[in-house]
Design a protein. Sequence first.
Length: 342
Amino acid sequence: MKIKYLFIVLIIFSLFISGCGETEEVVKNGGDSEENKNMEIEGGLLTEKLSFQDESFSGQVIKNKITKTAEIKMEMFIPDDVETQELFGEEVSSVPFTVNTMCGLFGVAFFNPTVLGGLTESGNMTAESGENFLEGYSVTKATIDFIDEEDKKLIADCTSTGEEWENIKFNSYRQYENSLFGAVIGKTFEETEKEKAEESLSNEVTHLSVNCLGSQNWDADAEDDGIVIGVAPLSIDNTIVAVEGFVVLKAYVLEKDEGTWGYYEGDLVNTRTTSPLEGEERFKYFDSFSGYRINFYWDNTEPYPADKEDYGVIYATFTTKDGKTFEAKYGDDWKLCQIRES
């Protein structure tokens, strides 16, 4: 049986995280060898069951022959090195990220007619006989149980009834304080980031940091349009605080001293003052890793004379809603920020 796409995505993803060896897919039909071997009467309805199994997962596709609907039930086994692993000298868990990603993939794979049609037409969800085992059926529910591979206890589960995140119901039976990317089971990245931002407001801002986050493309063409600057109001313990206020950015070129081959700060070539970062709207520009992400466009940068470099110094000023001002600088001989397109 060739049940690829979603199931292979699940395998590849679990291998990526856990570092397990290559798996061999095994799919088996239940029942005897007669023509209707995997059809059963359940609750007065004729159903057909297709079972699949691998060292990383197992499950069933249950098709109702009367209503032409199908349900998917899966168990995914989580090894110890997904529950806890070391990253940059710190122990983290990949379980919340894995659960959220797998449950999200379920919605896309089984409830989006376009995606499901493409999978079946390409033969990625067909039996060895070439039969499309979901042809003429619509999936009404898909469930994944995430089970500890070692002790066989249930870690979490999710049930999808549609392709949107809102159509997924999560249950979590273990808590993970330090998870990969800060993921929380059943919550989107945006939801967890907003919660962190709101929690940070209990802290008082004492200083500011600014970082050059690199160039970025904001439109449909192939060229980068500018750079992104991270401006982070910080508390005394370096927690990034989502305080309300506005940002002023200034970019100066670095000029080369031909005598010493060193660089010094040259002309001011770009300035941007943001609109007030207030209310719910400000969370669109904020994350707990870099603070406020401010776009700096190439076309705002004045032309360079031939002896100027493409790199420069960024100064950031953050003024809070109550009038407090904090300043920071990024860029020197060893911390370079590209402030114009090469």
